[in-house]
Write a protein that binds this ligand. Structure first.
Ligand code: EPZ
Length: 418
């Protein structure tokens, strides 16, 4: 397992190109199962999760090829409609093949994802929606077994906006008979990108990006050729890196409009933003100012930015209160930040962060994707050397993060271990 060795104290300076959004690529790769033929998806980052989804598609008999940001998926010769436990347990987003396989083939057997480090993360809302659309859904031996000759349009209300739940049901409804309305749908940019890709395949979808989405089912869909949006969470992560090092970086091929809440909070923390052609310049302050954050569904402050923001607040001037409302256990980074000298008290879903003057480098253990990003951000400003182990977590969601950081002046290197 690889680790990163980081010597903190360098101000980041230079240009970073943001990669495509992992959480847009994953549902859109699954959507290719709704058509027969060759689909091409461009701007896809080379990430572990993308390759895991590729392995899953290959397992069911689809062709999968990745080269230089382009994914080609062929679906003429699918040999099964099953997603096995050993693949699904490594990536929960595998559940995204459930809706497309059921809609296209009338059958799907997908392993229940199981919990993960940040929470139980049930899929009851996904299954409720499929049942409302007439599917017969059973749980057998840790698997979801779903059957439906052809699903019918339905009115679906989500108790809470689920991102992959909204995507799964949009995909299922695209081939159903009649109209489906999803109320209290997730509004994330990745959901909207998934809808735009489905429309490019011939689906009839209105309202994606809002909380009410209407889908008029069609009889079949054509393969897609589509370019995904940039990764707003990678973008926000580099912003916090500029903030914590007092740096001055320019982010290229990014979408500032997908990060309003994050930019507002980082501005409160003292960062300065300047629009640039196709990107944004981000300048960090001498020392960040403390401010409070509550994570919410989009357009609120994203839970996927909570850990990185906490790293920034751990050296802020003042005390910040960070409330995590989406997942029940998304403070795994706290103990590791405290090993660096951070002063953080956690009570339920609330972390109180007393900013310290300087963090100190230490050997750290990554526990989940965004927690590992948080540790890297903290290490960039820490005194001395930090070692971040188990960075396969980081590789799930960041394309060669250490190369991008090195290019803008960070003292960081990857060491292969074992
Ligand atoms: C998506 O996960 C993202 N993953 C996550 O990103 C992100 O953190 C999350 O949305 C929230 O924004 C992908 O898009 C692949 P949810 P998802 O369903 O869809 C509860 C990352 O770092 N819920 O919106 O699994 C659930 O427990 C990853 O890239 C139910 O109760 O999240 C959670 O509390 C981590 N029943 C809340 O809803 C359901 O059926 C939001 O979950 C579904 C969800």
């Amino acid at each position: 397992m690889d680790k990163l060795i980081i010597r903190g104290g360098r101000k980041l300076k230079g240009e970073v190109t943001i990669s495509g959004a992992k959480n847009a690529a994953l549902p859109i790769m699954a959507a290719s199962l709704l058509a027969s033929g060759y689909s091409t998806i461009q701007g896809v980052p080379r990430l572990r999760d993308i390759m895991t989804m590729g392995r899953l598609l290959a397992h069911i008999g689809a062709g999968f090829h990745y080269e230089e940001g382009k994914v080609v998926i062929s679906t003429e010769r699918l040999k099964m409609q099953e997603a096995p436990y050993d693949l699904v347990r490594t990536m929960r987003a595998s559940i995204l093949v459930l809706g497309p396989l059921l809609a296209k083939y009338g059958y799907a057997r997908v392993s229940l994802p199981g919990g993960c480090a940040i929470g139980a993360r049930p899929i009851n809302l996904h299954l409720m929606g499929l049942e409302r659309m007439g599917a017969d859904v059973k749980l057998e031996g840790g698997y979801v077994v779903a059957k439906a000759r052809r699903m019918r349009g339905a009115s679906i209300y989500f108790d809470l906006p689920t991102v992959t739940g909204t995507e799964n049901l949009m995909m299922a409804a695209s081939l159903a008979r009649g109209r489906t309305v999803i109320e209290n749908a997730a509004r994330e940019p990745e959901v909207k990108d998934c809808a735009r890709a489905l429309v490019a395949m011939g689906a009839k979808i209105e309202g994606a990006g809002g909380s009410i989405i209407e889908i008029e089912g069609v009889d079949d869909l054509r393969p897609l050729d589509y370019t995904i949006i940039p990764d707003r969470i990678e973008e926000g992560t580099f912003m916090t890196a500029a903030g914590i090092t007092g740096g001055d970086i320019t982010l290229k091929s990014c979408r500032l409009d997908h990060l309003d809440a994050v930019v507002m909070k980082l501005t409160e923390a003292g960062l300065v933003f300047e629009n640039r052609e196709g990107g944004v310049r981000v300048m960090g302050p001498g020392r960040p100012k403390s401010t409070n954050v509550t994570t919410l569904q989009y357009p609120g402050f994203p839970t996927d930015m909570q850990a990185q923001f906490m790293a920034l607040m751990s050296v802020a001037d003042g005390t910040s209160v960070i409330k995590e409302t989406i997942f029940e256990n998304r403070f795994m980074h706290v103990a590791e930040l405290m090993r660096m000298g951070a002063d953080i008290a956690v009570e339920g879903g609330i972390a109180t962060v007393k900013g310290v003057g300087k963090l100190k480098g230490a050997p750290l253990m990554a526990t989940d994707l965004r927690a590992s990003a948080s540790l890297v951000v903290a290490a960039l400003a820490a005194k001395g050397e930090t070692e971040v182990r188990r960075i396969y977590h980081l590789d799930r969601g960041y394309e060669t993060m250490e190369e991008k950081l090195k290019k803008i002046g960070a003292d960081i290197r990857r060491v292969k271990e074992g």
